[in-house]
Design a protein around this ligand. Structure first.
Ligand code: MSP
Length: 631
């Protein structure tokens, strides 16, 4: 019987805005699933959507839709995105599906029958946006949510609780006797100290909204998101349903079970989920890998900062594999990584165009030029450096297999790039173009190119889980029909036939050019007309202008707007001599809160255009006057 591997992503909130950060989780799981499939594991890769809760209920009302309509649309968009990103999932579970709802209700009832869920009263502060409750000490000083900074609501309601405290010691014991249960170790230590501070029972139902799974025996209560969401890992396997064969195969008797989550949701998976399983008498067979976040230079991606990057935008410009490789190679397990276009382009040029692309192109060109695309396995080595290259290949394969099996993709890829670079160096050392000058050295030339070929072939196989499209193109180019890990050894190829006209896989990018394109792409997040209408824009005529003492940039302007004269401090001095502005009719933001700039009151702002190394330019009207509307 084949070994099994069950790998899961968190199920995504239905918000329709999967960005490059949260798509990291799914890409990483895809790499893990593909890797295990190529090793011959019978692999089940699950992803899906977390569709219930107040936020969805409110968003649906605002959009004039039913919650079900809204989540249906969002699930379709998300699934399409995953397909376009070559995510090789086997099942897509949605919490609004019957197969899930039935199981969640049974889980809830069974925990209640056992006395592990009981009815009580909840008092606390709730953040609608994060769908989370906070204790007083967790809130910001002004009472706002510690995660998103939005106002929280006071809530007091009757609700059901899950007895966490009862399982505290059992859980600690499990974590301590299974050191690789939570990885990396830093995250494991955080979880242990959280549990050691003492677990409070967890509120697991709500009566304040309707869009969710009702408790079957007490339907005014909706089962709160985490019991609902976490159960997806079992409901998708048919646990507690008529046919639980997948549960038996992948969970009870499975070889590897891996949940992958971002660092923000570790506690739910490392504490609440195993306790639910203990209470249900389901064996805790999974390992938890917690990864860091994809950040921007300014910190988190956020709508309000306007710095969110969506995968489609990157893929449209640089291709899917460039994005997949960047995210997987840049993210060390457990830490954060930063996404920036300058680094992205730099890595694209170095890793793909130079190192990998060149190796493929140089090798295939030479096999074509010197041997019309065909090689034979050499009978022995000729060049003294051959054993070294063969050793590097062997060592890389070992390290790669070990790190990928343990979710350490960055480590594995760094090893692989060392092999690529070693192989490029081997070309420079062996100088095949010199050897080719001597008819008597044909067998030696064949051996050199065969070494290059084998290194490329093995590289393509190892790259397949990460950049499947590129690897498959490479397979075609090098005439490889078996992409199996069983052939992951140097010297397994008996004869070679490569494509006669090699393709250029990745063209070098001009960094300056690309970064220029980003400046327009770097738009702020969308606003609606109500946001725009908050601005009071007016035409104002400059009646006085003087340079501020001790400042190279600032001018103090007196501007007449209708009958009122305002003082505005503006950074125009380097672009306009003060007197040249007098008489100009400019566009002024008239309802900006007055501020003091270097001691001078400024009661508004002048609109200007800037960029492209040109001086600032004021926006001016010629015909209109200060009674005209600006919009
Ligand atoms: N619905 C819950 C999960 C329930 S699982 C039983 C949820 N959904 S989410 O849509 O908010 O997040 C999905 C995943 O994306 C989480 O693992 C989260 O950590 C991850 N990420 C969100 N932003 C991220 C980055 N900027 N970078 C990397 N991962 C990030 O939580």
């Amino acid at each position: 019987m084949k070994k099994t591997c069950y790998v899961t992503t968190p199920i995504y909130y239905s918000s329709g805005n999967v960005h490059i950060g949260n798509s990291y989780t799914t890409i990483a799981c895809d790499v893990f699933a593909r890797f295990h499939r190529s090793l011959g594991y019978d692999t089940l890769f699950l992803t899906g959507m977390d569709e219930h809760g107040l936020k969805i209920e409110e968003a649906a009302t605002a959009a004039g839709k039913t919650p079900q309509q809204l989540v249906d649309e969002l699930a379709e968009t998300t699934e399409q995105l995953w397909k376009d990103m070559k995510i090789s999932y086997n099942d897509f579970i949605r919490t609004s599906e019957d197969r899930h709802i039935r199981v969640v209700q049974k889980i809830f009832n069974s925990l209640q029958e056992k006395g592990d869920i009981y009815l009580g009263t909840y008092e606390g502060d709730y953040c609608v946006s994060c769908e989370a409750f906070f204790t007083k000490t967790q809130l910001n000083e002004d009472g706002t949510c510690p995660d998103c900074g939005k106002p929280t609501r006071k809530v007091q309601e009757e609700c059901y609780f899950l007895r966490l405290s009862k399982y505290q010691n059992q859980l600690l014991k499990h974590i301590k006797t299974n050191p690789d249960f939570i990885q990396p170790e830093t995250r494991r230590n955080e979880v242990v100290s959280f549990i050691e501070r003492g677990l409070e029972d967890l509120a697991v139902s709500r009566t304040s909204f309707r869009w969710g799974i009702p408790v079957s025996a007490d339907s005014k209560h909706i089962i709160y998101v985490w019991i609902d969401a976490l159960s997806n890992y079992l409901s998708a396997l048919g646990y507690l349903s008529d046919n639980d064969s997948l549960y038996q195969k992948y969970w009870v008797n499975g070889e590897k079970i891996v949940h992958v989550v971002g660092k923000d949701i570790i506690r739910f998976h490392a504490v609440y989920w195993p306790i639910m399983l203990m209470a249900l008498n389901v064996p805790i067979r999974f390992k938890l890998y917690a990864h860091g976040w994809v950040l921007m230079k300014e910190g988190k991606m956020s709508k309000s900062v306007g710095n969110i990057i969506y995968p489609r935008e990157v893929i449209a410009r640089y291709g899917l594999d460039a994005l997949r490789l960047y995210l997987i190679k840049e993210m060390p397990l457990g830490n954060d990584c930063v996404f920036s276009y300058d680094r992205f382009i730099e890595k694209y040029n170095a890793d793909l165009a130079n190192d990998l692309g060149n190796l493929l192109n140089r090798t295939l060109t030479m096999i074509n030029k010197y041997f019309s695309g065909k090689l034979k396995k050499p009978e022995h080595n000729y060049y003294a450096g051959d054993p070294d290259l063969e050793n590097v290949i062997d060592k890389t394969i070992k390290k790669y297999l070990d790190s990928f099996a343990n979710f350490r993709f960055q480590t594995g890829l760094n090893e692989l790039w060392q092999l690529i670079n070693r192989t490029n160096k081997y070309i420079d050392e062996t100088t095949p173009w010199v050897v080719a000058k001597f008819d008597s050295r044909l067998a030696e030339l064949n051996s050199i190119l065969y070494h290059l070929y084998e290194s490329l072939r093995l590289t393509a196989i190892m790259l397949w889980p990460v950049i499947p499209d590129t690897a498959e193109t490479m397979f075609k180019e090098i005439g490889l029909s078996v992409q199996d890990f069983r052939y992951l050894h140097y010297g397994q190829t008996k004869s070679v036939q490569v494509a006669r006209e090699p393709k250029i896989l990745f063209k070098r990018l001009d960094i300056e050019e690309e970064l220029k394109k980003n400046q327009t792409a770097d738009l702020k997040s969308l606003i609606n007309i109500d946001d725009f209408n908050k601005l009071d824009l007016r035409v104002g005529e400059v009646i006085e202008a003087e340079k501020m003492a001790k400042s190279d940039k600032l001018l103090i302007l007196k501007i007449k707007i209708e009958s009122e004269v305002r003082q505005i401090v503006s950074g125009l001095a380097e672009s306009y001599p003060s007197e040249s502005l007098i008489g100009k009719k400019l566009i002024v933001v008239a309802n900006l809160k007055p501020v003091k700039i270097r001691g001078y009151l400024s009661e508004g702002m002048i609109l200007t255009a800037e960029g492209d190394n040109l001086p600032l330019e004021v926006l001016e009207v010629k015909k209109h006057n200060s009674y005209s509307k600006v919009n």
